[in-house]
Ligand binder design. Structure first.
Ligand code: FMN
Ligand code: SF4
Length: 433
């Protein structure tokens, strides 16, 4: 059964000192850095391209290709920015990774910075998770002391400084260009693209922005090779990733497995849906990815198969909901989140999320009509593809997909004059358990 799992990023999470420099080095930590510093920088980029690693922050853009966009010999400073803002509802992999093995992220960040010829890197961490900010800061200080950061790293002549920046806590600051504005001290709102950050990023200089898990995957690709990584997963979605199971599941947690694993396999490892209940719906990668149902249990969790099934792989945040959950209420909660987090820069998202909440609220409390469903879908059409950034597109996912699979449940609310579900039964500690 555990043959499904491929622990690499999570291999040492169970060791009490996994977060310390000594604990990380005992397991071979910083060997990849020594190796990388002896390689021509272009070969590191080639290795990443060969591995097929696709960004683990949601969009799945090939990491090596992104690094390859950084202009060479342009005379400008280059920057690496690690996106550690994790705040998509359901997404909970980067924070445990930084808590358990911050040095894996730091080692990956040093190798990446070396490869793209950056001498300054930033780790932008969500400020609310103060314990994680402190842990990463402490690990960075240990790395300086050991000579992995600062001047003339391991005698290679390469210099790098890492700054741990604590964000003020806004979902939009995870969007890469809003993150850059926030890092520069402005209000975090998305920038117009192009120019893309690789050309004009932080302080208008070439910048690579990558997710925590993407960067933490780099050391193992250097030591074990691109072919080893590409040999896992599927042809176009290579390697392993952390799948985060939460909600109505017996053993919630992080399960590291090759891309292309199915929810059925992961649920088997996680003891199934909570006892006495059945799967009703789930998100493959956070609330911005359209919900799926039990008919999708055997769809491989890779970028292509999820798209073919009408959803997205996103951040592999598998939120499991059983039959006690009201899909209208869940959709209302998610939409309230998007309304709250909409940065207000563009009209479709700012106004659309506001109106979707009002209509959903009416429907959930039995005061809606069938026409309201059409109104909701119409608002979705006016947001999707018309919003300035992907937050708007993400906001329509739960609404459109829940109406697609559970139209009758929406209408039952209207017929019965209110929600037919007992919200207490859906809570993890509910009496029905
Ligand atoms: C609203 C919004 C929030 C996002 N939040 C995050 C985040 O917290 N962490 C992250 O890595 N990517 C986030 N992204 C995706 C980033 O814009 C970007 O694609 C990613 O950091 C690139 O890294 P990767 O190529 O390694 O995945 C978000 C995107 C949007 C639209
Ligand atoms: S889509 Fe939403 S979050 Fe993105 S720019 Fe427009 S208002 Fe801001």
């Amino acid at each position: 059964m555990s043959g499904v799992l491929t622990p690499v990023l999570t291999a040492h999470w169970d060791q009490p000192d996994s977060f310390t420099l000594a604990g990380y080095r005992r397991e071979g930590g910083y060997r990849a850095l020594e190796q990388a510093l002896g390689m021509p920088q272009a070969d590191i980029v080639t290795a990443l391209k060969g591995s097929g690693l696709r960004g683990r922050g949601g969009a799945g853009f090939p990491t090596g290709v992104k690094w390859g966009f950084i202009p060479q010999g342009d005379g400008k400073p280059h920057y690496l920015v690690v996106n550690a803002d994790e705040s998509e509802p359901g997404t909970c992999k980067d924070i445990p990774l930084m808590l358990a093995t911050p040095h894996m992220l730091i080692e990956g960040a040093i190798i990446t910075s070396f490869a793209i010829k950056a001498d300054k890197a930033f780790i932008y961490v969500r400020g609310e998770v103060l314990h994680v900010v402190r842990r990463v800061q402490h690990a960075v200080a240990e790395a300086y002391e050991a000579g992995y950061l600062g001047r003339d790293i391991l005698g290679s002549g390469y210099d790098l400084d890492i700054v741990v920046h604590s964000g003020a806590g806004a979902y939009i600051c995870g969007e890469e260009t809003a993150l850059l504005d926030s890092l520069e001290g402005y209000r975090g709102q998305p920038r117009l693209k192009p120019p893309f950050p690789a050309v004009e990023g932080l302080y208008s200089c070439p910048t690579v922005i990558n997710n925590v898990e993407s960067i933490a995957s780099v050391p193992s690709i250097i030591t074990d090779g691109a072919a080893w990584f590409a040999g896992m997963g599927t042809e176009k979605s290579t390697g392993f990733g952390i799948f985060s199971l939460s909600g109505h599941v017996t053993l919630p947690g992080q399960y590291e497995a090759p891309l292309g694993t199915t929810l059925r396999e992961l649920l088997d490892l996680a003891g199934g849906v909570r006892a006495g209940h059945q799967l009703k719906f789930w998100t493959p990668g956070g609330s911005s990815t359209p919900i799926l149902t039990d008919e999708h249990l055997d769809v491989p969790l890779d970028f292509e198969s999820m798209a073919a099934a009408g959803s997205l792989l996103g951040t592999r945040a598998l939120q499991i909901f059983d039959e006690t959950t009201c899909v209208v209420r869940a959709t209302l909660r998610w939409t309230e989140f998007y309304q709250h987090e909409s940065c207000g820069k563009c009209t479709p998202c700012r106004e659309g999320t506001f109106w979707m909440v009002r209509v959903l609220d009416r429907l959930e409390h039995g005061n809606g009509s069938e026409e309201d469903l059409e109104k909701l879908l119409d608002i979705c059409d006016n947001i999707l593809g018309r919003a300035f950034c992907a937050l708007g597109d993400g906001a329509v996912s739960p609404v459109q997909s829940s109406i697609k699979y559970f139209r009758d449940e929406y209408l039952e609310h209207q017929k019965g004059g209110g929600c037919p579900f007992d919200p207490a039964a859906a809570t993890l500690f509910g009496s029905s358990r």
